[in-house]
Design a protein around this ligand. Structure first.
Ligand code: GLV
Ligand code: MN
Length: 195
């Protein structure tokens, strides 16, 4: 989904003082092999949180060699029963491959049709850009998948936290009407999700 590159290499200069769409390139003579290497997905993420999951991103902000290539990868770890809650990537489609465990994966189309499937190691699913999707660990133990994106920075809009723990908060009048619930339910959700 990202624009095409205009040259072989454009390793991101994350600290450049000018801002552009993406990141400016660091000078070619300073480019090293290590700019194209990233080991940040080698470690298991900490899943001790309300959702029981952890997303580790290898996007351009941590892996500058991805700049202009329209690619990135996430590692998602699940505790038993863990949920990667309903979310959207505004700038990318996603395809994931399960490495370990058993996951219920699903997305909902703009006409409210749910497409979902239970996947085991080696199996893949594709999530079209911008659609709401989730993954739930339905196996007995931990689970792990790797997701590839056609954007150097797909972005993530996590629906529960976006709606219930934004700063400042979305007014209760909006959420009570949208979800047809009492203000008490909203404060319950807020206190559980933290801020
Ligand atoms: C999984 O859906 C992810 O966005 O990492
Ligand atoms: Mn996703």
């Amino acid at each position: 989904a990202d624009p095409d590159p205009l040259q072989d290499l454009c390793v991101a200069d994350l600290k450049a003082s000018i801002s552009v769409n993406g990141f400016p390139c660091k000078p070619l003579q300073e480019v090293k092999s290590d700019d194209f290497f990233f080991d940040g997905l080698s470690k298991e993420g900490n899943t001790t949180n309300v959702f029981g999951t952890n997303v580790t991103s290898a996007d351009v902000r941590v892996f500058p060699g991805l700049n202009t290539h329209g690619l990135s990868v996430n590692r998602v770890d699940f505790a038993p029963g863990g949920l990667n809650p309903p979310h959207i990537h505004p700038r990318a489609s996603e395809t994931s491959v399960v490495i370990e465990g058993k996951l219920l994966v699903g997305f909902v189309t703009t006409s409210h049709v749910l497409h979902s499937k239970v996947l085991k190691a080696g199996e893949m699913f594709v999530i079209p850009r911008g659609l709401v999707h989730f993954q739930l660990n339905v196996g007995k133990g931990k689970a792990l998948f790797l997701a590839a994106f056609n954007s150097q920075e797909p972005g993530i809009v996590i629906l529960p936290t976006t709606l219930f723990v934004s700063t400042p908060s979305i007014p209760n009048a909006v959420l009570t009407k949208a979800f047809q619930i009492d203000a008490k339910v909203i404060s319950d959700i807020r206190s559980k999700l933290g801020s």
